[in-house]
Design a protein around this ligand. Sequence first.
Ligand code: IVH
Length: 721
Amino acid sequence: MQSLSQIPVEHLSPEEAAAELAFLATEIARHDALYHGKDQPEISDADYDALKRRNEAVERQFPDLVSADSPSRRVGAAPLPTFAPVTHARPMLSLDNTFSDEDVADFIASVYRYLGRLPDDSIAFTAEPKIDGLSMSIRYENGRLVNGATRGDGTTGENVTANILTISEIPKTLPAGVPEVVEVRGEVYMAKSDFQALNAQMEAEGKQTYVNPRNTAAGSLRQLDAKVTAARKLRFFAYAWGEMSAMPADTQHGMIECFRAWGFPVNPLTRRLSRVEDVLGHYREIGLKRPDLDYDIDGVVYKVDDLELQRRLGFRSRSPRWATAHKFPAEQAVTRLTHIDIQVGRTGALTPVARLEPVTVGGVVVENATLHNEDYIRGLGNSGEPIREGRDIRIGDMVIVQRAGDVIPQIVDIIPEKRPNEAVPYEFPRTCPVCGSHAVREVNEKTGKVDAVRRCTGGFVCRAQAVEHLKHFVSRNAFDIEGFGTKQVDFFFETDDPSIQIRTAPDIFTLERRQQTALAKLENREGFGRTSVRKLFEAINSRRSIALNRFIFALGIRHVGETTAKLLARAYGTYQSFAEAMEAAAPQHGDAWNELNAVEGIGEVVATSIVEFYKEPRNRDVISRLLQEVRPEAAEKPQVSGSPVVGKTVVFTGSLERMSRDEAKARAESLGAKVAGSVSKKTDIVVAGPGAGSKLDKARELGIQTMDEDEWLALIGGDGA
Ligand code: IVH
């Protein structure tokens, strides 16, 4: 049977149209919630746009059926309940989309028509990249940042001021002479390079990687704890405004110039053009540059430049008549999947990689693409729900490769009609392709959920895990041994000569001694010279004393990344007390276990992982051999003697004028205080700067001591310097 969605709009009966609109409303609302609420979209932007277009087409044909809460009248999703709501002084609207050259010509013609003018190329438009991030409205009063809000549903957004304050590209104060009230709007985004670095780190820590920069940026901004936002590098482009007590310019590009002069990043690819051909030419030029830009864009926005004309053109229900977004087609291509390889990571995760017949996707040749995990290959999503309508992926299939925001290409679908007759369902290995140990999918005891990742159980026996482990050990944020990179790890691991072989981390530190007694010294081997060998040993020896947090991070305990390692180092002070505590915590109850769980930032998953790690005799053996070679330094204890705030929980809210929030936090922590992101009964002091909102209200409600920045500085006895 043909589904309703396949029937051309003009052939729909009114009953069918009503049913189709109801279906589309539910479907669009669901995808809105996934995209905005959970930052976990299930479908591509192109598919989402197709749903919206279908909805609009049906509504055009059956105007009587348009309901008050139709998706065509809504912008984005309702705000999340966790942040304080902010009512925008001016609504934050969305843009109409155009998809073809004709649509763009129509848009330009409609502007002339509306203004009652002949289309004589006399109206200028700005053309600027459409940044694929999150729109943000940042309010300044008397030159000071007082509030930052997400778009939310366009009328009411979320107050994310604390998080916005962590973005260094956003000025906290504006130069003298700016209007009293200024609301700068623009896009918060994560650079592709920062996203890649973050994912590399997540991978090194054996954690789930992020899907794309946009969702990662959204997730980071929606952290109630601004610490987490601060740890992610977010960026900003200014391109619009909300309330302004006075207008500093009378054109769109003039406004952008003002923003630039006030210290905001503005997009360098913005042009001012008049003729349709020039506008389209710029669109194509940006399209060509797209793969090389360090941020994701999904189209080009055209805006009437003259603000007086913008005012006359005004708005439709949810978008301006003076602007449109010319979307790029998704960067996709079709090619054949020739093979599936399984890579084994440090934590034993088996990751399927698709080998492809080379194909160009958005200007880049793609030969490999991720297949995520075995469920993904089988056509199942994260919760076991069908994806790609349940289609599986087989070797020999013609597949659709997409380079989305994520720079790692992925296989989004297959072309069922092109499946070779002999193609068989892919059987994901049940054993590790490297060491042959069983590979299992763990079940989370608490949730009963089966992990999406299958892992090799070989541990140290598995060469792949051992090699990846060593690579992690010597990496930049761990032992950071200069001249000891992945190539050296591979060489020393693979060599058959026991006098120079390195299989576990302690072997690195015994290398110099061992090779001295060997017949063929390292410096006489191919690829090594006297100087390079001396330098290598110097680099190794310089790490015999190492910061405790680096030491803990280098152990490669699953879920213990750099941040967690720092928390542990601070909490336990010395390696000895840390190790003793972890062994004492093994029964997962009692004082040592409770103490570990009480370390801020350590949850049960992390705690369990550390305890499990220490239960393994092989790990304890490697560590004890390592400790004969290297000495982890004691972590710096906070200077707390005589501190008036030791043990107190402090919340900073509003903007600080004498120091950055990071500085304020570091200072408070060094005095033995705990800095929290939200106000609760446990809070002792709330330090409120200008723009403080709900946190201050809550503190007063709970009768918590509040003070301004100067009083805080007086209390801790410093001037903030
Ligand atoms: S102008 C009233 N300019 O696209 C019009 N929006 O689909 C205000 N966006 O909500 C928006 N780059 O999040 C504008 N150069 C740009 C943009 C841009 C990205 C986003 C913004 C907006 C969405 C609309």
